[in-house]
Design a protein around this ligand. Structure first.
Ligand code: PLP
Length: 411
């Protein structure tokens, strides 16, 4: 059976051309970029030309790109970095309730260090309101951190306006663009961004490497101390093969970005229309159009997302839930709770996330298989109707402890 991979928001396969580009940096060009000899210079030059390419894609200057180990580290470095470096100026951070845990848990940590954190609510589509931001921001706000696009439901935030409001009020603006980069054009200057996180494994690069855009002049305090690499912002010997792979992956994806966005949008829309029409009592989570070109996120009444994912897996289709932890803790997704989705309904969620490597036939296979799988699960389900439990509020606050237990589908 040919397997179909629809879990690209969790991670993507490395493009073979990326792997080819990386290979020499393990065995022949293995130098330490800090060394003075030719091996070191070779590594250094490869790193700097990668930095240049990555900066160009972001609309930044190469000196403004810091290499990290991925999205989580970039988020931590940005948020903790700005908070601790600007302690005299203020103690207030604004974020929103549907951020990735790399942001939420960092903010929770900062709250234990004496910072005030405001979690903006989102509307039923998962969108932040700029009016709410204007009300929340004050002269002690040092940082606004709002994700470019959400990893579960794909909603795209009004980034440019958010950045402008932050700046008008003397605050810095960080965005987690881990899911957005390569899925839409972005430009740190036009978008009013001061710090931006990206991660290579979401766009056919290797795992364990990412970058943080840090606008010239913005001060951050490092979160690790050591040899002073990356201008003192991020010590540790640079991961040259990973960095080379990340820049190659970005280059390849960007070369055909318009075309891939077009084809992912077509497949996404076919999946959304197809699923909603063939599966009774199915609903789309998130906005119909203000969503990532590669994201379709559904909920189905009376079933559990985990069982659905396992049944689809038996059919050779890999997707993810986004509703609960693998520990089977009964905590529903903090994202769906923030949207106001009823607790019991949020359990029956399914996220389909695409990459440029998916084909239209794969969407047809999903639409063919899904109704049978859903009705089989509904037959087995003890739940046949919902009583009227109150709807979760959009101010539902993230819970650090539960979040720590999660290790699925929150990517
Ligand atoms: N931010 C978002 C929005 C993500 O989807 C992910 C993915 O897991 C991360 C941060 C963390 O990235 P990484 O796995 O590179 O640490």
């Amino acid at each position: 059976m040919e397997r179909i991979y629809f879990d690209n928001s969790a991670t993507t396969p490395v493009d073979p051309l990326v792997l080819k580009e990386m290979e020499p940096f393990f065995t022949q060009k293995f130098g330490n970029a800090s060394s003075l000899h030719s091996f070191g210079r070779e590594a250094y030059n490869a790193m700097e030309s990668s930095r240049e390419k990555i900066a160009r894609v972001m609309g930044a200057r190469s000196k403004e790109v810091i290499f990290t180990s991925g999205g989580t580290e970039s988020d931590n470095l940005a948020i903790q970095g700005v908070a601790f470096a600007n302690r005299e100026k203020g103690d207030h951070i604004i974020t929103c309730g549907i951020e990735h845990h790399a942001v939420l848990n960092t903010c929770e940590f900062l709250a234990t260090q004496g910072f005030r954190v405001t979690y903006l609510p989102v509307d039923e589509w998962g969108l932040v309101s700029t009016e709410n931001l204007k009300e929340a921001i004050d002269r002690r706000t040092v940082l606004v951190s709002i994700m470019y696009a959400n990893n579960e439901i794909g909603s795209i935030q009004p980034i440019r306006e958010i950045g402008a409001i932050a700046h008008e009020n003397g605050a810095l603006f960080h965005t987690d663009a881990v899911q957005a980069i390569t899925k839409m054009p972005l430009d740190v200057v036009k978008d009013n961004i001061d710090l931006m996180s990206i991660s290579a494994h979401k766009f056919h690069g290797p795992k364990g490497v990412g970058a943080l855009y840090l606008k010239k002049g913005v001060k951050i305090r490092p979160i690790m101390y050591g040899g002073g690499h990356e201008k003192g912002h991020r010590s540790s010997t640079e991961n040259i093969s990973g960095i080379v792979g990340m820049s190659k992956a970005l280059e390849l994806t960007m070369a055909s970005m318009d075309q891939s966005i077009g084809s992912m949008t077509t497949i996404r829309d076919r999946i959304i229309d197809g699923v909603l029409s063939v599966v009774p009592r199915s609903y789309l989570n998130g906005h119909r159009t203000l969503r990532l070109c590669n994201n379709a996120h559904f909920r189905f009444d009376f079933i559990e997302g985990e069982s659905l994912v396992l049944q689809l897996d038996l059919e050779g289709i890999a997707a993810s839930t986004g509703s609960a932890c693998s520990t089977r803790s009964l905590e529903p997704s903090h994202v769906l709770a923030a949207l106001g989705v009823r607790r019991e309904q949020s359990y029956g969620s399914l996220r389909i996330s695409l990459s440029r490597m998916n084909r239209p036939e794969e969407a047809e296979r999903l639409i063919e298989v899904l109704p049978g799988v859903v009705s089989k699960l509904r037959e087995m389900s003890p739940v046949k109707s919902y009583d009227t439990e109150p709807v979760a509020t959009s101010e539902t606050k993230p819970k650090g402890k539960e979040a720590d237990q999660c290790h699925t589908a929150k990517e």
